[in-house]
Design a protein around this ligand. Structure first.
Ligand SMILES: *[C@@H]1O[C@H](CO)[C@@H](O)[C@H](O)[C@H]1NC(C)=O
Ligand SMILES: *[C@@H]1O[C@H](CO)[C@@H](O)[C@H](O)[C@H]1NC(C)=O
Ligand SMILES: *[C@@H]1O[C@H](CO)[C@@H](O)[C@H](O)[C@H]1NC(C)=O
Ligand SMILES: *[C@@H]1O[C@H](CO)[C@@H](O)[C@H](O)[C@H]1NC(C)=O
Ligand SMILES: *[C@@H]1O[C@H](CO)[C@@H](O)[C@H](O)[C@H]1NC(C)=O
Ligand SMILES: *[C@@H]1O[C@H](CO)[C@@H](O)[C@H](O)[C@H]1NC(C)=O
Ligand SMILES: *[C@@H]1O[C@H](CO)[C@@H](O)[C@H](O)[C@H]1NC(C)=O
Length: 766
């Protein structure tokens, strides 16, 4: 680096440091117009399969007084444990409803299950399992009298590697995220519980997600995610489109700003993208306390404020009377809300709202069973399939009747108090004193029990006649040199409200290398709520195996033991890229901070466009430690016979015009091409393979995931894997035409085991 570069950066940092007050932007008016106005707010049409629900809702709304209507538009305080409540209209037999956290299972109550978290589902790459989880989880919410499940999460999409809520979502990829959110929503709503897909939209960091008052008493506004239209469609809106296609009852608008307009009053994202382009029929609910405008928010497309509103109420009536809001807007809000209640058949039979949600589980209350024996296999299989085996040398795994297993690390043991199970782990660092099975904040869930790793290891030892030694607390434990294997369990914690302090932690890394220095067969297991860098030790020859165990929920111990002992074959694949060094994530490692003239209005410019995670590594030719889609099995697979077949649907540049229904133009889902390949299990045990299809769309990133198929293949056998490519899968967003457009030129198609192990390749033009 030359002297000039140095002095330039010095100069820049000086001028930033000494920026004069007059240069600091102090008024929001500076940003006006950055988000285009889209008015009026589109009314729900009742299109598609919503017709009957809308008819019933309209008829019901016709019977309501204005005051009664207002009660639907904001939550109210009820002495129960629900996150929010809509009050009843007793005169018309409407019981009100209860909405509660969150997308990974119910929080803060008894007799429910701790499910695998979103990221764990992402790592399973299993659509059927995602649907079964949704069905069973939804059934628990229903039995507890919860009408709306506040999830699932497809925003954040993992743009920021240290993002504090990435673990609540499925993957750092819009296609995988969309493919898993759809069956999740279908599953939950099959059980008559509405979903509230969140956080809409551009909610990619926790830092400055809300406004705050600095020590000079000046308000610092929430961070603005500045996203161009193409990136919006091709990344962030993509999985929300799947969620709307699946019929999500509601959408939660997010805390932060988009193009400097708050998420819950942005007419372009709410009226424009969601209610016009995607044809959304449900209602928009605020995140808790995310309302920052009164009438303006109503006109921008917001339908319901949670947990209560100090801006709406009677002010909506005043606004209607003075002409600043149409009466039809209020009717549309209530119609949308009631239509979802009918659409979920909650009018037919539904437990009393909040019946299983006591305000205090330690005070007298009715026993209401949420969990059911029907979910046992789904909890267990879900826990198994989100584990990703990253390294396995010297046939370290599966374990073969070891005579001595030594266990180290704080993450091996169960917690010593119930609150951990109820609220999720509540300590704020990467270091925990108990196993991490769900991360923290509103996405945590309550467990029926927690089967810790050490409990499950001891049970297996009992069955096998194995000796077990352990030390949970020492960072440099003594090791019996005759140990057949040393298991080291650590974790990487995360919680809502803050971004993660880093992708490594010194305590755990030192513990791991200390054990490895004394044990030539060291197996590392990391319960990680997001990306974890492993380069400090992963190449150590004494570390023979590494497993990312993610966040399995209450069956954590037994699922881990099933995998370690080969009772189950690992089949998880990474839903994100693991870099060699944190700096490989570049400007997407850490959240944006308020700075310079924007210190009162923090800006996050999404100038990287589509190039997050593997798209960025591919574009910059950075070799990750473990690429997106990677994961080992106890068997091996071989790929052959790639075949491409066009369907008889015409490959017109733009989708044929059609009435917009839920999910947008229905022609986006036309299947234009099918791809098949043969996968053979060439190893000696049965296993599940996740066959992955990546497309190089002309004028787009080198490779983008556009299909996957998880198949069980018996040892020695072959299966055909199938991929269906829709019009949207093959298109790029055309900003001028405001349409999805097929591209001229040669498409590349790759099929294989991960984003960088793609033995089959072909090309085609449309
Ligand atoms: C944000 O601004 C960009 C650039 O002008 C524009 O392409 C995009 O549509 C805007 N999006 C929203 C939601 O305002
Ligand atoms: C609105 O809800 C409140 C409870 O939050 C209730 O006291 C009130 O009577 C309701 N208003 C009408 C008009 O139903
Ligand atoms: C109406 O709005 C004003 C100003 O935001 C607020 O002080 C008042 O509480 C609101 N009224 C109701 C009934 O919500
Ligand atoms: C109409 O009423 C609303 C709600 O009180 C208020 O915010 C707005 O300023 C009023 N507009 C006019 C033109 O009086
Ligand atoms: C974990 O618990 C042990 C025993 O109570 C204690 O000595 C240790 O400091 C704790 N560690 C952490 C990181 O809290
Ligand atoms: C591997 O373990 C053996 C003891 O089993 C030890 O002597 C050796 O130094 C270790 N190697 C490393 C790289 O830690
Ligand atoms: C893929 O399609 C072929 C032909 O339709 C079918 O025989 C096969 O079972 C399918 N494979 C899977 C995994 O669904």
């Amino acid at each position: 680096m030359g002297v000039n570069t140095y002095s330039l950066s010095l100069l820049l940092s000086l001028s930033m440091g000494t920026i004069s007050l007059s240069q600091v932007i102090t008024s929001d008016t500076y940003f006006y117009g950055q988000s285009p106005p889209v008015y009026p707010s589109p009314e729900g049409t009742g299109s598609g399969n919503w017709e009957s629900a809308y008819q019933k809702a309209r008829s019901f709304v016709g019977k309501l007084t204005v005051e009664e209507k207002l009660n639907f538009t904001a939550g109210t305080y009820v002495n129960n444990g629900c996150s929010g409540n809509i009050p009843p209209v007793e005169r018309l037999g409407f019981p009100g409803f209860c909405v509660s956290d969150a997308g990974n299972g119910l929080r803060g109550t008894d007799y429910v299950s701790s499910w695998p978290s979103g990221l764990h589902v992402g790592a399973s790459w299993n659509k059927d399992l995602a649907k079964q989880r949704g069905i069973q989880m939804g059934a628990e919410f229903r039995r507890k009298g919860v009408n709306v499940l506040l999830g699932p999460v497809v925003g954040p999409l993992g743009r920021i590697a240290e993002g504090g809520r990435n673990w609540e979502g499925f993957a750092d990829d819009p296609y995988l995220s969309g493919a898993l959110v759809q069956p999740t929503i279908e599953g939950v709503q099959t059980s008559s519980v509405g979903t509230c897909v969140k956080h809409y939209i551009g909610n990619e960091q926790e830092t400055n997600r809300n406004p705050w008052t600095n020590d000079q008493g000046v308000t610092v506004e929430a961070v603005s995610s500045n996203i161009d239209d193409k990136t919006m469609h091709e990344l962030y809106l993509w999985p929300f489109q799947n969620a709307v296609l699946a019929g999500s009852a509601s959408v939660m608008c997010s805390y932060q700003r988009v193009n400097n307009s708050y998420g819950c009053q942005n007419s372009k994202t709410l009226n424009g993208l969601l209610k016009t382009e995607l044809g959304f029929q449900g209602y928009v609910m605020t995140d808790w306390g995310a309302q920052h405008a009164g009438i303006a928010a109503a006109n921008a497309g917001l339908d319901m404020v949670m947990p209560s509103s100090d801006m709406w109420g009677d002010n909506l009536t005043i606004a209607i009377n003075n002409g600043s809001m149409e009466a039809s807007r209020l009717d549309d809000m209530v119609t949308r809300i009631l239509a979802t209640w009918y659409q979920m058949h909650q009018d037919e039979s539904f437990p009393h709202p909040g019946i299983g949600m006591p305000s205090d589980i330690n005070a007298p209350h009715q026993k209401v069973m949420g969990k059911s024996a029907d979910s046992k296999n789904i909890l267990f299989q879900g826990a198994i399939e989100g584990h990703v085996l990253l390294k396995n040398t010297n046939n370290a795994l599966p374990l073969q009747s070891p005579s001595l297993v030594s266990v180290f690390g704080y993450d091996a043991q169960g917690s010593d108090h119930l609150e951990v199970a109820i609220d999720g782990v509540s300590k704020g660092t990467a270091l925990q004193n108990s196993t991490l099975y769900v991360a923290g904040g509103s996405g945590a869930n309550s467990a029926a029990y927690v089967d810790s790793p050490i409990d499950a290891i001891q049970r297996q030892a009992y069955a096998d006649g194995t000796s077990v030694m352990w030390n949970f607390y020492s960072q440099d434990p003594a090791v019996d040199p005759t140990s057949d294997v040393c298991l080291v369990l650590v974790n990487s914690y995360s919680t809502e409200g803050s971004d993660r302090p880093g992708l490594t932690d010194d305590y755990s890394d030192t513990l791991i290398t200390n054990v490895a220095s004394k044990c030539s067969n060291t197996v590392v297991i990391v319960h990680n709520a997001g990306i974890r860098i492993v380069d400090d030790w992963v190449e150590n020859e004494n570390i023979t195996a590494v497993m990312f165990a993610h966040l399995p929920g209450q069956d954590t111990g037994r699922s881990l033991v099933a995998l370690l002992y080969g009772h189950a074959n690992p089949s998880g694949r990474l839903p994100y890229s693991v870099a060699k060094s944190p700096s490989d994530y570049g400007s997407l490692l850490q959240p944006s901070q308020p700075e310079g003239e924007y210190q009162l209005f923090p800006q996050s410019d999404f100038t990287e466009g589509q190039f997050i995670d593997y798209r960025a590594f591919d574009a910059s030719d950075i070799t990750p430690r473990y690429e997106f889609g990677f994961g080992l099995s106890y068997t091996t697979f071989e790929y052959s016979s790639l075949q491409l077949q066009k369907t008889n649907k015409p490959a017109l540049q733009y989708p044929p015009t059609a009435d917009i229904v839920e999910g947008g133009n229905p022609h986006l889902w036309d299947e234009l091409m099918t791809v098949t390949a043969t996968v053979q299990n060439t190893g000696s045990v049965d296993g599940n393979e996740v066959a992955q299809l990546y497309l190089g769309i002309p004028n787009g990133p080198i490779r983008q995931l556009r299909g996957f198929d998880k198949v069980t293949i018996a040892s020695g056998k072959s299966e055909t894997v199938n991929f269906s490519l829709t019009r949207r899968d093959l298109s790029s967003w055309d900003v001028n035409a405001q349409e999805w457009a097929l591209q001229e030129g040669e498409y590349e198609v790759y099929v294989g085991q991960s984003s960088r192990n793609l033995p089959l390749h072909s090309t085609f033009t449309l």
